[in-house]
Design a binder for this molecule. Structure first.
Ligand code: NAD
Ligand code: TDX
Length: 333
């Protein structure tokens, strides 16, 4: 099977490539990645010799057409992925997330290639802290940020191409991922690398916002379950019952890194900050028989902290620029 992985030099995409090469000897991988600030060849260290790596944009229709023509399956991870950046500079989100997805859909339509679309639970908006509700495949779209609205737009393009043109596609909407090779702009790697650098973690606003954490390897094993056994045209929510509020995450980071529990700052809240995400993944379990392997957030977090301690050469080049972007808007409360 020839698989085209877009965004394969980013966080989830590179973990997908590593997992795929380790577990599926029958798969040939081509990576298409623009190597933006969020992508790095170093995320494919150890496997670069085993993949075809193409540097380019998903909005480049001619390039995308030629790569899709040579593939059996496309797994589309490439995106502008960070909410905070979408609030200061939304343009690239529209280009990459919406126009890029359009180019891929047109190419899979022309060549009759199977397509899997990677998306996020953020397309559903947010939930109240005190509600028992969780997102399901039937929850109406209600995105809050430029990031989540462009992801929602891309999902709707996929649904329209399925219905109008009959392309063979599936969509997955996953909750917050953690694990190795996540950019230091994101919550967990930012706090871990701040602590390594002797600074204090920063919580937006009151820090009570809840995210539903899943290990990146569980996300990717679910993606393979959907590629292998998913029903064409359908959407699957991916989660692993990992709800924790941001304060709880910071407390665990501080404890695991031998720092006092109150050694953090509250900083300016994110505009439009979603309060809570939570995923009901019953469908994935019942229809596809998928189960997560990482059941204990604390031990997954401890392993992730170890990864950042052991791989400073990977994250150090990103760190100063990421903190400079935050410094432009963030104030300690
Ligand atoms: P990331 O920012 O770490 O990686 C994105 C990758 O895409 C980078 O390698 C970047 O170079 C590449 N890229 C960006 N623009 C491109 C373009 N125009 N053309 C080609 N390549 C381009 O993102 P991530 O966290 O790995 O997210 C991957 C996917 O998973 C995204 O679609 C995201 O919406 C989705 N997702 C992420 C999470 C999460 O918690 N991180 C959760 C659910 C869904
Ligand atoms: O320094 C911080 N302090 C803080 O309190 C940062 C960077 C974040 N936060 C908060 C904001 C969120 O409530 O932590 C939570 C997680 O923040 P992010 O890592 O930016 O993730 P989020 O906005 O929830 O979006 C993530 O999950 C869904 C990914 O970045 C998206 O790509 C994915 O779709």
């Amino acid at each position: 099977m020839r698989v085209l992985v877009t965004g394969g030099a980013g966080f989830i995409g590179s973990n997908f490539v590593h997992q795929t090469l380790a577990t599926r000897p029958d798969v040939e991988v081509t990576v298409l990645d623009a190597l933006t600030y969020a992508g790095s060849r170093s995320s494919l260290e150890g496997v670069l010799g085993d993949v075809r790596f193409v540097e380019g944009l998903v909005q480049d229709g001619a390039l995308v057409d030629s790569l899709v023509a040579d593939a059996d399956v496309v797994v589309h991870f490439a995106a502008e992925s960070h909410n905070d950046n979408s609030l200061t500079s939304p343009g690239p989100f529209v280009q990459t997330n919406v126009v890029g997805t359009y180019e891929l859909l047109e190419a899979v339509r022309r060549h009759g290639v199977r397509y899997h679309h990677i998306s996020t639970d953020e397309v559903y908006g947010d939930l109240a802290l005190d509600s028992p509700e969780r997102f399901t495949e039937e929850t109406p779209y209600n995105p809050s940020s430029p990031y989540s609205s462009t992801k929602g737009a891309s999902d709707l393009l996929v649904r329209a191409w399925v219905r109008s043109f009959g392309i063979e596609a599936t969509i997955s909407n996953c909750s917050n991922n953690y694990g190795p090779r996540q950019h230091v702009e994101k919550f967990i790697p930012r706090q871990v690398t701040e602590v390594i650098d002797g600074r204090r973690p920063r919580l937006y606003g009151d820090g009570l916002n809840v995210r539903d954490w899943i290990h990146v390897d569980d996300h990717n094993s679910a993606v393979w379950a959907i590629i292998d056994r998913g029903q064409m045209g359908e959407t699957y929510l991916i989660g692993a019952d990992g709800e924790v509020d941001n304060r709880g995450v910071v407390s665990q980071v501080l404890e695991l890194m031998d720092r006092p529990g109150d050694d953090f700052d509250h900083v300016t809240d994110r505009p439009g900050h979603d309060r809570r995400y939570a995923i009901d993944w019953t469908r994935l379990r019942d229809e596809l028989g998928w189960q997560p392997q990482y059941r204990d957030f604390r031990s997954g977090l401890a392993a992730t902290i170890e990864w950042y301690r052991d791989n400073e050469a990977w994250w150090r080049p990103q760190k100063a620029a990421a903190e400079a972007r935050y410094a432009a808007t963030e104030q300690v409360l």
